[in-house]
Each structure stands twice: as structure tokens, then as C-alpha cells.
Design a protein around this ligand. Structure first.
Ligand SMILES: NC(=O)c1ccc[n+]([C@@H]2O[C@H](COP(=O)([O-])OP(=O)(O)OC[C@H]3O[C@@H](n4cnc5c(N)ncnc54)[C@H](OP(=O)(O)O)[C@@H]3O)[C@@H](O)[C@H]2O)c1
Length: 342
């Protein structure tokens, strides 16, 4: 059946500006890392994308390697674009990235200009797009001059293949350097994509200050700690969940008894606030005005609907914050932050 977007789609979810740029994002954005590759039914993929757009999520985040197999999330997203979302292209913010392993040899990963430019061309082809809205360097490359990696982002924008340049998981110091280089090239760095959640707070140390000073926005990935900051694992590991699948970044060992006790306590605080744990986890990230958007993953439209409601209550009392710190901080702190420390 022909898709027509719901007329009041911009009424539910607010937007925030990315730093001091013209880029505005919905408070909740949808990432296609998991559940959008060829191992997921196409109808489910289509439903999640269109169901999100109907509810005000106009930003979809991809990367060259999302799948499985790598590249298939972009291909599937491209199909939804072609069949359903084409009339809405000018409303959409579509991002992609290059940095992780995509093909064999020295030019199949990291930050050389050759890899970034080739990868972007492949991404555009898979999605059937002339340009993406944001092109990211997915990770800092310690062996390539930062000038070279940034020159590729600048070239992508100048060639009309990307509207904006962004970086992901760069440390505060490398972010400052990247921002300076891009500024000198005449293409500002408008957005940074770091991990951030109640269990992973590395960006509070110094990155948020740098982003504020440089006027760069922040889109926080894995705000639900890949599903751990929801009620789903409180009674065991459900079939089909991310932790139940082989080869994901959420291993079963992470769902330890000790961590579950903490998560139960967080769940209780959420209940007292009248929220689900997933909603409180997202509200907690959004309490920071420097955060432009929370970048969630999902395996159903119901999850998206539940998560969007987090935006209705993003303030916390001091007492609530203290109680959250008591249960979320300690051995858990900075889980998954290692990859963000270059
Ligand atoms: N730049 C980078 O290096 C990088 C790295 C990682 C991710 N990302 C981006 O960030 C996006 C989000 O990452 P993420 O998927 O780890 O985010 P997340 O929001 O922390 O976790 C998403 C998972 O949580 C579960 N979930 C979501 N809402 C739920 C709810 N209401 N109730 C119960 N469970 C719920 C689902 O797990 P189930 O599938 O088990 O149902 C879902 O797949 C990615 O798609 C990608 O775009 C970027």
C-alpha cells in the first residue's frame, strides 16, 4: 500500500540545534546498527522506519558497515527511501560513516582520504542517494594525519556528497584539533557522536566542555547501554534480544547478577517518576542541554513509541540524580568507553 506520512508528525517530538550550526535534530533519532540488516525481515525494517518518521523522528543514522552483512542496512534503508520516503527526502537527515573494517587491505578501514571517499561513494550507491546530510569519520585513526582525514570530510562537503561533517568517538583533545583543522578548511565540524548513558559517562570529563566551546552538537549513541538500561533483562535474557544473539557487542557476561541488582534499583526510581526505565535512561541523557539528540536502536515500533515519551519529562530533582548515581556509578561507570579514548 502506498505510504503517506501522518500530517501531525512534527507535533510530538521537539528538536534541538546541533551546537551553533543550522542543523536541527529531533530529540530522539533512530540508528540502524542492529535489526536493519538482511537477517531482519524487510517488512519489520520498513515498519520501524516509517513508524518512526510518522512520530517525528526525521533523523536516521547509518554507517557503511551496519548489517549484517556489512552494507545491508544501507541497502535496506535505500529500498524504503525509494519505495516510500522519496517525497520526503528534503525533510530527512540521513547520516553515514566510515572508519571500521569494510573491505580487505589497507584502504578498507580507518581514516585515509582514499578509504573515506571510496566508502562514501559506496554508501551513496547502496542508499540510492545523491548526498547524505552528515558524513562522519567513525573513529580517530592514530596512523593517518588528522589533516588528511579532515580533508576528506571537507572534500565530501565541497563535492556535494555530504551537507555537514561530523566525527565520532574522538577524545576531547582530538575533537579540538579536528574542529580547528575543519574550520581552517572552511567546513565546520557541526556534530560529534559519542557513546553516553547512565552507565557510561566519559564525555562528562572534558568532551562536553570542548563541544560547548567549539559550538559542536552532540548526538549520544547507545543511551540505553544497548538495552541494559531497560526492563528487558530483569528476568533473564529473552530470546531474540541483542544479548541472546551471537557476535554482538552485548555479551551475556555483561548481564551479571550484580549489574542486574543495580538495574532493578534504577527501575524502581523510574517507576517512582512515572516512567519506564528506558524512558528514564533517555530523559537522563537529554537533561544535558549540550546533548542535541539521543540516538536509539530498536527492534520494534513499540520500543520507539515508548522511548519517544521520554522527552516529556527531562528534568530531575537533585535527590533523583543522587540516587541514580548511587546505583549507576561504580564498577559500571564508563562501560564501553574504551573505544572512545583516542
Ligand atoms: N558511532 C559509533 O561508533 C556507534 C556505536 C554504536 C552505535 N551507534 C549508533 O547508535 C545507535 C543506537 O545504538 P544502540 O542500538 O546500542 O542503542 P541503545 O538505544 O542503547 O540500544 C538499543 C537496543 O535496546 C533495546 N531497546 C530499545 N528500546 C527499548 C525499550 N523501550 N524496551 C526494551 N528494550 C529496548 C533494543 O534491544 P533488542 O534489539 O534486544 O530488542 C534495542 O535494539 C546505532 O544504531 C548506531 O546508529 C554508533
Amino acid at each position: 500500500m502506498e505510504y503517506r506520512a501522518i500530517d501531525n508528525r512534527y507535533e510530538q517530538l521537539g528538536t534541538r540545534r546541533s551546537g551553533r550550526s543550522g542543523l536541527q535534530l529531533p530529540l530522539v533519532s533512530l540508528g540502524l546498527w542492529h535489526n536493519f540488516g538482511d537477517s531482519t525481515r524487510y517488512e519489520s525494517i520498513r515498519e520501524m522506519i516509517l513508524g518512526s518518521f510518522d512520530r517525528g523522528i526525521f533523523h536516521f543514522d547509518l554507517a557503511n558497515n551496519y548489517g549484517p552483512p556489512p552494507g545491508s542496512a544501507e541497502t535496506n534503508f535505500g529500498r524504503v527511501l525509494r519505495d516510500d520516503l522519496r517525497p520526503y527526502r528534503d525533510e530527512l537527515i540521513i547520516s553515514t560513516k566510515a572508519g571500521y573494517l569494510m573491505w580487505p587491505g589497507p584502504y578498507g578501514e580507518f581514516g585515509s582520504r582514499k578509504y573515506l571517499m571510496a566508502s562514501l561513494d559506496q554508501s551513496l550507491k547502496r542508499m540510492g542517494l545523491e548526498y547524505v546530510d552528515i558524513f562522519y569519520s567513525h573513529r580517530f585513526d592514530p596512523n593517518t594525519p588528522l589533516e588528511e582525514t579532515m580533508s576528506a570530510l571537507d572534500a565530501a562537503v565541497r563535492q556535494g556528497k555530504a551537507q555537514y561533517a561530523g566525527i565520532s568517538s574522538y577524545s576531547a583533545q582530538k575533537t579540538r584539533e579536528a574542529a580547528r583543522i575543519l574550520r581552517e578548511l572552511g567546513t565546520p565540524c557541526v556534530i560529534h557522536q559519542p557513546s553516553y548513558s547512565m552507565l557510561n559517562r566519559w564525555i562528562e570529563e572534558d568532551l562536553l566542555d570542548v563541544l560547548d566551546e567549539e559550538g559542536i552538537g552532540c548526538i549520544a549513541f547507545s543511551p540505553l547501554a544497548q538495552g541494559m538500561l531497560t526492563s528487558k533483562y530483569l528476568k533473564g535474557i529473552p530470546e531474540g534480544s541483542r544479548a541472546a544473539q551471537e557476535g554482538t557487542a552485548l555479551s551475556r557476561d555483561l548481564i551479571s547478577k550484580e549489574r542486574l541488582e543495580r538495574i532493578s534499583s534504577l527501575n524502581e526510581i523510574a517507576r517512582e517518576r512515572g516512567q519506564s526505565l528506558a524512558q528514564m535512561a533517555l530523559s537522563w541523557v537529554l537533561r544535558k542541554p549540550e546533548v542535541t539528540s539521543v540516538l536509539i536502536g530498536a527492534s520494534s515500533v513499540q520500543q520507539v513509541v515508548e522511548n519517544i515519551a521520554a522527552t516529556e519529562q527531562t528534568s530531575f530533582t537533585t535527590e533523583e540524580l543522587t540516587r541514580i548515581d548511587k546505583h549507576a556509578v561504580d564498577s559500571d561507570i564508563n562501560l564501553w568507553a574504551e573505544s572512545s579514548r583516542y
